[in-house]
Design a protein around this ligand. Structure first.
Ligand SMILES: [Zn+2]
Ligand SMILES: [Zn+2]
Length: 328
């Protein structure tokens, strides 16, 4: 099969022919239709996340059809459309798994990081961590929901019932969550890189009621802010924008260092938290909610062999919405 392979962090992916993987007892073999590109892929490729499997096939927002299955993998039939997310395996026995927090599992393994992912024609995945893709949801629309959507949704839950919600970094996740938050009756304030007019227009089109530079204060205080950009300096900026009791949610898996800041901007029962990974419960709740909104994902398509170009557009912030590799 064709695959894009990371041989060493910091190097571009290499197009290669490799053998189709064999599904283990709990695995399904998936013929991949599309795989969305996530900022986490960029962190893996750039070496910002430690100890990836090498060589590695990145990609953890996979949509495809079941081609075959292992002896115990009985959740799906051949031909069923499935989605494969970031969370690829948990031990189901540690204190986190046993208390409904499998996203924090000590022995979790992640797709496109410790397990080969979706920048290829086929992938194997543990059937217990795959989701059915609803009929009527096209491959290209569904793929970005599997991480940008799920992690964004988990971050939104962490924001509680905030009426005035700030979104810092307006990419794949924010454009989905702006739609969900508007549907829920919240008022969305979008913060983009200074001078990025295109991102501001985009934010207003998908439901934000205000869009401005991340260096600006919004016209009203916020009840919560979600930071999707991997920029630590946005944490004190967002703290200054939230009202007393407000929460700043850091949604990324990696962020540059947070600069020191005066205690008074945290005072007043403001809080800062991070969002780590996803649970299978998120993977059931969000796809049920998305069609009610309905969420429309804005995508830019790339061929499998254009994976490096797709990552570069994400790195430079040129992308509008989500980049998706269309495989077959
Ligand atoms: Zn566990
Ligand atoms: Zn992701």
């Amino acid at each position: 099969m064709r695959a894009m392979i990371l041989e060493a962090p910091g190097e571009p992916l290499r197009a290669a022919e490799v053998s189709i993987p064999e599904p283990g007892p709990e695995q399904i073999l998936i013929r991949i239709h599309a795989c969305a590109v996530c900022r986490t892929d960029l962190h893996v490729v750039d070496g910002e996340l430690p100890d990836p499997k090498l060589p590695l096939i990145p990609g953890h927002q996979i949509v495809g059809a079941v081609a075959s299955f292992g002896s115990c993998a009985d959740r799906f039939v051949t031909g069923a459309r499935v989605g494969v997310p970031w969370l690829g395996y948990t031990d189901n026995s540690c204190r986190y798994c046993l208390t409904g927090r499998e996203n924090l599992c000590d022995d979790a393994r992640f797709t496109g990081y410790q397990i080969d992912g979706g920048y290829a024609e086929y992938a194997v995945a543990d059937h217990r961590f795959c989701f059915p893709i609803p009929e009527g949801c096209p491959d290209l629309q569904a793929a970005p929901l599997l991480c940008a959507g799920l992690i964004g949704y988990r971050s939104l839950r962490m924001a509680g019932d905030a009426e005035r919600l700030g979104l810092y970094g307006f990419g794949a996740a924010a454009h989905i969550i702006a739609q969900v938050a508007s549907y829920q009756g919240r008022k969305v304030f979008a913060f983009t890189s200074p001078g990025d007019e295109e991102a501001r227009r985009f934010a207003l089109e998908v439901g934000a009621s205000w869009a401005g530079d991340s260096t600006q204060l919004p016209p009203e205080e916020l009840d919560a802010a979600i930071i999707f950009a991997p920029v630590g300096a946005l944490v004190p900026a967002a703290l200054k924008a939230v009202a007393k009791g407000g929460v700043v949610v850091c949604a990324g898996i990696h962020m540059s260092d947070i600069p020191s800041f005066p205690y008074e901007i945290l005072w007043g029962e403001r809080s800062i938290c991070s969002v780590a990974n996803l649970t299978r419960r998120d993977g059931e709740e969000f796809p049920a909610l998305a069609p009610k909104v309905p969420v429309h994902t804005e995508t830019a398509s790339f061929a499998l062999e254009e994976a490096n170009e797709a990552l570069n557009t994400l790195r430079s912030g040129e992308i509008r919405g989500a980049a998706v590799l269309v495989v077959g």
